[in-house]
Ligand binder design. Structure first.
Ligand code: AMP
Ligand code: ZN
Length: 114
């Protein structure tokens, strides 16, 4: 069985609440939501994180941002605002080593993050 948690979600070996899926991207609800809207948008390609991104991933990352925009609209946070966050490495608290964009919204979000 696949070791990476998010690769298992992609392969449907693990349950998740999926909100968007295409050939390259999956978006699903975060299991421990930090805001009324908290989703994770991930590439289906296993990329451990931002530091492993390559030139060839440019288009994929652009597509993820456009999916985020679409989901923000569907989740009714497009107008009031939302946050798209990628944690990278230990100081940022990256817990899952498969690149993921958090989409957070539905409440006033503090800045700077703790
Ligand atoms: P990060 O700290 O940026 O690596 O974020 C990892 C995120 O994955 C956290 O917000 C977790 O709540 C979330 N998470 C962990 N396991 C699952 C899962 N099985 N389904 C959905 N989200 C998950
Ligand atoms: Zn993976």
């Amino acid at each position: 069985m696949e070791k990476c948690l998010f690769c298992r979600i992609i392969k449907k070996e693990m349950e998740s609440h999926i909100l968007y899926e295409d050939d390259d991207i999956l978006a699903f609800k975060d299991v421990n939501p930090q805001a009324p809207v908290h989703l994770l948008i991930i590439p289906k390609k296993h990329i451990p994180g931002v530091t492993e991104l390559e030139e060839e991933d440019k288009e994929l990352i652009g597509k993820i941002c456009l999916v985020a925009k679409r989901i923000a609209r569907e989740q009714s946070v497009y107008q009031c605002g939302f946050r798209l966050v990628v944690n990278s490495g230990p100081d940022a608290g990256q817990a899952v080593q498969h690149l993921h964009f958090h989409l957070l919204g539905g409440r006033k979000l503090g800045w700077p993050p703790g």
